[in-house]
Design a protein around this ligand. Sequence first.
Ligand SMILES: C[S@@+](CC[C@H](N)C(=O)[O-])C[C@H]1O[C@@H](n2cnc3c(N)ncnc32)[C@H](O)[C@@H]1O
Length: 286
Amino acid sequence: MASISEVAEAQRAFWNGEASDSWIREQEQRDRALAPLGELAMARLPLDAGGRVLDIGTGCGDTGLALAARVGADGVVLGVDISEPMLARAEERRRAAGLAQLRFAPGDAATARFPEAPFDAVFSRFGVMFFAEPVAAFRNIRAALRPGGALAFVCWRPVAENPWVAVPREVVLRHVTPPPQAPDAPGQFSFADRRRVAGILAEAGFTDVRFESHDREFAITTSPDLDAAVDAVMLRGPAGRFLRDADEAMLAKVRADMAPAIAPLIGDAGLVLGCGVWVVSAANPD
Ligand SMILES: C[S@@+](CC[C@H](N)C(=O)[O-])C[C@H]1O[C@@H](n2cnc3c(N)ncnc32)[C@H](O)[C@@H]1O
């Protein structure tokens, strides 16, 4: 079994390598699709003018920019991430927007000390499912909140409740058998089980833990182009990971099966499938 530091190192390598390439390349498209989901969690936070906010796993910085706009010039927003290339994109965007109240910094939210702490609020859009030791990580995050401060994040519900992943995944699984993975291993769906997440947050000392379930549409592409849709679904999520080591012949077979599976789902607006998320909120007790 991999040690805690090996798991953390694997995540660091993943988010600085293959994952960052596609997140940077597809930044605008992903932000368009993810922004409404992030806003569901922002709505659970007191983002008043002058507030201090920590954005965990800010990636290419979309949510850091949005939070900085909400708290205004007198506020403070720190966006942390383990991915240096994604943070470089975030910093370009920050400079272009001229937001002095926003800082992007490399750091592992599980262990980092944050100079801007204590925060009034901690936010994350799909950035808290990758910790090797989630209880210890959320203890560290709670320590950065002021007493009475608020936490809110959005994470995916199970694959079966996320057709944008389940549909392409089913096609890929006809061709490849991925290595077994424990459901609670760090990864995109590791927070799908609300009882597990509630347990992690309670053990980390959070109170008032609440879950809201939301179903939304998720735009994978924005044009009716079938080839672009096949490319997009084969790159993303578990499907992309399962195909990481596939050779050209295997990729051609998967593409040949993928096209008829998704073609009927493509409309004028592109490939838009359902997604299901948890919006999780909690408090740091006074
Ligand atoms: C699914 S992406 C989401 C990115 C961004 N929040 C968004 O919605 O566009 C997950 C992000 O979490 C970051 N991440 C993963 N583990 C982390 C950790 N331990 N500390 C800080 N960031 C982490 C990754 O580098 C990546 O940028």
